[in-house]
Design a protein. Structure first.
Ligand SMILES: Nc1ncnc2c1ncn2[C@@H]1O[C@H](COP(=O)(O)OP(=O)(O)OP(=O)(O)O)[C@@H](O)[C@H]1O
Ligand SMILES: [Mg+2]
Length: 253
């Protein structure tokens, strides 16, 4: 089976001038209850099919940005739109539908240790879309995409770190999200394995899914030459179409 059979068609990387962003931030700030200003006056537009790295020092606000997107945190000021809908005003009842638009992976894979690879992925699908038909087929297709079709009945602790992250990616991908969020997905992996994970995210993007990846991995960002959004103390200080980890001439982030 080809990838084209299971993923949405590819959408152009360069937006038309009149195209509506899939994600937009308008003057967004987030101050946590303890007074920390984690995000400050951020304006952003991300289009369907974009692949963006979000870079910045530890504590600069990358994870907060991700949590604002899925409405795990609410912006203190400003407006956020996902797919044309303002999430900052959404009622709780609407949140499950918003969150189904996203696939999310983190640095730690958070797999359920007592379930097999296939059961971990199936479980995610049953939670996001109860009563889903063709469950087994969807799980197998997704594990094929991440290259783990021969590990269906394996348990997480019998897998390498890179394989576990692939299961986490499959789990996030199985409901065919429009937007894939990866927060430090290679944080626990060696360079070769990290590169494999990024190749997989690029492949997912290539089929039309918008990908946002927060990372400290300089080598990967420099090799990919994709859009780079750099954050410093909660502000977007750089947004380059084909950027590197550092701005030219910069010695450190
Ligand atoms: N729940 C919270 N309550 C209060 N402050 C928080 C909370 N979560 C994060 N912060 C603070 O907000 C700022 C941004 O944190 P965030 O986790 O977004 O950074 P980050 O860029 O993801 O960092 P890292 O690279 O270490 O993951 C930091 O100063 C952090 O201490
Ligand atoms: Mg973080």
């Amino acid at each position: 089976m080809s990838l084209a059979a299971v993923m949405p068609p590819q959408v152009g990387q360069k937006p038309d001038p009149g195209m509506r962003p899939v994600i937009s931030f308008h003057g967004v700030s987030k101050t946590y209850p303890n007074g920390t200003e984690a995000i400050r006056d951020v304006d952003l537009a991300i289009y369907q099919g974009d692949f963006c790295f979000v870079v910045g020092a530890s504590g600069s606000g990358k994870t907060t940005l991700v949590r604002l997107l899925i409405r795990e945190e609410v912006a203190s000021t400003g407006r956020i739109f996902v797919d044309g809908q303002e999430t900052t005003r959404m009622t709780r009842r609407r949140l499950p539908r918003l969150r189904r638009k996203f696939g999310i992976v983190f640095q730690d894979y958070k797999l359920l240790p007592k379930l097999t690879v296939a059961q971990n992925v199936a479980f995610a699908l049953q939670v996001t879309r109860p009563g889903q038909r063709h469950l087994k087929q969807k799980v197998e297709e997704t594990l094929w995409i991440v290259g783990l079709e021969d590990k269906l009945d394996t348990f997480p602790d019998e897998l390498s770190g890179g394989e576990q992250q692939r299961v986490a990616i499959a789990r996030a991908l199985v409901h065919r999200p429009r937007i894939f969020l990866a927060d430090e997905p290679t944080g626990n992996l060696d360079p070769d394995t990290s590169w494999g994970i990024v190749q997989l995210l690029l492949q997912i993007n290539h089929r039309g899914t918008t990908v946002l990846m927060a990372t400290h991995n300089r080598e990967i960002v420099d090799l990919c030459r994709r859009r780079v959004i750099a954050i410093d103390s909660g502000r977007v200080v750089r947004d380059e179409a084909e950027g590197g980890y550092l701005r030219e001439g910069e010695a450190t982030i």
